[in-house]
Every structure is written in structure tokens, then in C-alpha cells.
Design a protein around this ligand. Structure first.
Ligand code: SF4
Ligand code: SF4
Length: 341
């Protein structure tokens, strides 16, 4: 029997390590909200040797490190299966984030035991919602491959990026996920990076969702998922009154690696040349001057400094000038897990 638990904030754990490794930036799709920024992240595809060498820079065999292999579309890399095996040997927990096309027969080249999670991305519960955002025919391919992966025994998760274009359809996702056998659901909120940051002049799209709409819709959908046995994670976004603000850059180790050697500690900074670290000649070096870590220690009433600098429209103020909500670190999550007796 399944009992519902309340959403809980997943606080940062000291020593927690997550490595988000973009092994290439190329992609077969061109989603309208794509956050890859070619000017900042280049067009390189790293070789297998380089990927393995760079993985070694972040590996800590004595402690658990989560590795998320990303692109572009990471399955476009012909050596992805070897990358996964090399990472496992370095004791990483490995997740692949795919758009669902699963190139190079990935499902035949790795076993479910070699991969912790295979993650798919969909932005709608059917083609009429998903495809205008992610591309014609994408819903069909992605859901077919998702079902195939589940049948083969892979543990799967699904990422849904909430924006004004699809928030009204989020409530239809739990039934789809339960039917497909997806174990984990990650609800993300549209970020003001990449294409959304540049705007969509043709459509004049306002991507961001209102705080009240987010708070009205997302917890209810999470609850429904948990009732169906699906583990849900979604960003905290707005801190509750009196809740402590923490910047992940200060308390955890997160690395966002790009194939041009840039290594960020904060995903909100990825459109700017303020990365804290770089990989140069296969060595990790700390950058000097004004880098993102200069912002991590600033305390402001609005919460996250980078959010205030990059997305000031997200913040509403009371008459006395104080912010209505404090914005949490974009990496702070809430989760709702089903418990089974
Ligand atoms: S699948 Fe990912 S990398 Fe490819 S276009 Fe869409 S958002 Fe960008
Ligand atoms: S999103 Fe804000 S709070 Fe989180 S790491 Fe970046 S700067 Fe720090």
C-alpha cells in the first residue's frame, strides 16, 4: 500500500558532489528553450580519451560522486557506452540525460546494471503540447524509446521543463509516467539562459511562470505522482518565511563542465564568462579576477544574488521595499517520495 509523504526540502549535504559533464554541445533537436549557448560553450565534441582524463580530475573513489552525462545530446557521442563504463570504474553513479533519441543503439551497448538512471526529456503529455516546443515527431520517438528502456530493465526518470507554454498540461503527466513505468520525475522551471534569455522575437513569448501559478500547480502534480508511486523532485524556488538561504556554491561541490574546458560552479552563470575553474592541458585550474564564486558569499534580502542580477523580474517587492519572497538557490530541491509498506 502506498502512503503519501509531505514534500520535504532536500537540504544541501556537506561534501555532496555532483558532476554535470557536457561531453559535446551538438544536438539533433532545436528545442525553443534550449540552454546551450554556442558562443559561450563552443561546438566541440570531446574524444573518449579526453572525457576519461577529465573524469579522472573529478573522481573521488573514496566518496560517492554523481555524474550526469549531458550534451547537446550525449547519445550522439559514438563512445558513450565506453564513457559510462570508465566512469563506473572510477566509482561514479552515472545518469545519462537524453532527449530520447538514443543514438548509436545505446540500449544494446550498455546493461541496466551499468547505468543508475537513463533520463528522458519531455515538455508535454502529448505531441500537441510537446512538439511545438521540442520539435515535430519528438513525442512519439521519445515515448517509444522510454517504454523500450523500461521493458529492458533500465531505471528511468523524466525531466519536464515548466514554462508558460506547458504549465497548464503538467497535471496530465503523472498518468503518462505511471503507465510508462518511470521511477523518478524531475520538474524543472524554465531558466533565463540560452534561447529564452535571448527572447523569442517571432513569438514574443513570455516563458516565465508567475510565482502564484507555480505554487498552485506544481505541489498538486507532485502529490499526484507520489500517490502513483513516482518519486518527484522540483525546485524550491521561493523560500518560506524564516527559511534559511544557502548558496550551493558555498556548501556543496557542483561542477558543470563544458567541452571548451569551462567549469562552472553555478548553472545560472553559464551564459557568462565568469566560470570559477577551467580545464587547461587536462589540468583543473582556478580562474582569477571576477568569477562566479565572488557572488556566492554576498548576502542580500532577495536570496540568490545571481537570480537578482539575471532574472530581476522574478522578484516582487512589498510597499516597504522588502522582497515578497526570498529566492532560493536554483539547486535547492523539494522532493515527494511514495513510501510502500
Ligand atoms: S534536446 Fe537539449 S540540447 Fe538538444 S535542443 Fe533540446 S534542450 Fe537543446
Ligand atoms: S543559483 Fe544562486 S544561490 Fe545557487 S549556486 Fe548560483 S549563485 Fe549560489
Amino acid at each position: 500500500m502506498t502512503h503519501l509523504r509531505q514534500a520535504r526540502t532536500v537540504g544541501f549535504k556537506p561534501g555532496e558532489r555532483n558532476v554535470f559533464f557536457h561531453i559535446l554541445t551538438g544536438c539533433n533537436l532545436s528545442c525553443r528553450h534550449c540552454y546551450i549557448n554556442i558562443e559561450q560553450h563552443g561546438t566541440l565534441t570531446l574524444s573518449l580519451d579526453t572525457i576519461v582524463t577529465w573524469l579522472g580530475l573529478f573522481a573521488r573513489p573514496e566518496e560517492q560522486t554523481n555524474l550526469i552525462l549531458l550534451g547537446g545530446e550525449p547519445t550522439l557521442h559514438p563512445d558513450l557506452a565506453e564513457v559510462i563504463r570508465a566512469a563506473r570504474e572510477m566509482r561514479y553513479n552515472v545518469t545519462v540525460d537524453s532527449n530520447g533519441y538514443l543514438f548509436h543503439d545505446l540500449l544494446e551497448k550498455v546493461t541496466p546494471d551499468e547505468l543508475d538512471y537513463l533520463s528522458f526529456s519531455l515538455d508535454g503529455p502529448d505531441a500537441s503540447v510537446n512538439d511545438p516546443i521540442r520539435g515535430e515527431g519528438v513525442f512519439e520517438v521519445c515515448t517509444q524509446n522510454l517504454r523500450k528502456a523500461v521493458e529492458l530493465g533500465f531505471r528511468t526518470s523524466l525531466i519536464y521543463t515548466v514554462s508558460s507554454l506547458n504549465i497548464d498540461h503538467l497535471h496530465r503527466m503523472p498518468a503518462l509516467l505511471a503507465d510508462a513505468g518511470v521511477e523518478r520525475f524531475f520538474i524543472q522551471v524554465i531558466g533565463l539562459r540560452g534561447k529564452p534569455a535571448a527572447g523569442d522575437p517571432a513569438q514574443d513569448t513570455r516563458w516565465q511562470v508567475d510565482p502564484s501559478r507555480w505554487l498552485e500547480v506544481v505541489p498538486k502534480v507532485a502529490q499526484h505522482c507520489a500517490e502513483l508511486g513516482i518519486h518527484v523532485t522540483y525546485p524550491k524556488v521561493y523560500l518560506d518565511l524564516g527559511e534559511k538561504f544557502e548558496c550551493a556554491g558555498r556548501v556543496t561541490e557542483n561542477y558543470f563542465i563544458f567541452p571548451n574546458g569551462r567549469v562552472y560552479r553555478c548553472p545560472l552563470c553559464e551564459d557568462h564568462s565568469i566560470h570559477a575553474l577551467s580545464i587547461e592541458n587536462d589540468k583543473l585550474v582556478k580562474n582569477t579576477g571576477l568569477t562566479e564564486d565572488s557572488f556566492f558569499t554576498l548576502d542580500i534580502p532577495e536570496g540568490c544574488v545571481m537570480n537578482k542580477l539575471l532574472q530581476p523580474d522574478n522578484i516582487s517587492y512589498l510597499e516597504d521595499g522588502s522582497p515578497m519572497h526570498r529566492i532560493s538557490c536554483c539547486l535547492l530541491k523539494q522532493e515527494m517520495a511514495p513510501s510502500v509498506e
